[in-house]
Design a protein around this ligand. Sequence first.
Ligand SMILES: N[C@@H](CCC(=O)N[C@@H](CS)C(=O)NCC(=O)O)C(=O)O
Length: 206
Amino acid sequence: VKVLTAKASPFGRKVCMAIIHCGLTDRIAQVSANPYDAADPLHGYNPLGKVPTLVLDDGTALAESAVIMQYLDVLSDGRLLPAEPVARIRELERQALADGVMDAGALIVMEKRLRPEDSRHQPWVEHQRGKIARTLAALATDLPAAERVQAGSLALAAALGFLDRRGQYPWRVAQPALVNWLERFRDACPAFDMTYLAPEPGWTSL
Ligand SMILES: N[C@@H](CCC(=O)N[C@@H](CS)C(=O)NCC(=O)O)C(=O)O
């Protein structure tokens, strides 16, 4: 089994943290992929051409990080999701909200990275920033215990790490409770620091 991923992808980081946390590093190899290279083997496995993509030993693949997390949950005898159905759905919902923060954050990065300067659309950036602001506020009112490393907390930590790296939204000022939460999560989950990637020199957000 291997995971096709990119170090800079927050979705990839979530999955890689889960692999480390669940002790699956010797069963799942990490292979770098570049979604923007049409010749990358990633595209033969996942028609969406996104990272992370999990490739199973029979050559079939799993797209979508939330699906991969469910697979890792099975491989790790339930370390990533509660078994009880209501708690499980709540955990998946938390993960979905944090994944949505990453989607909005990625759209802001792309606006800067892929668009020529004169065709950037600032109202679209603000629209995405609003999603990040509201979703972090919602998550902050119902934080998972920082010591409980599961799909929702891994996704939230990956999302906050992404915002730190790219500066799309000043979450540390807006949501101090999350600052404290992330510090405690780092203690509970060494995989967070193990997958840390420093901001690119010279990068400024929109
Ligand atoms: N919903 C997907 C999102 C994954 C995603 O957006 N990955 C980005 C990198 S952070 C990507 O591969 N983008 C390349 C592309 O869309 O072509 C998931 O959870 O796996």
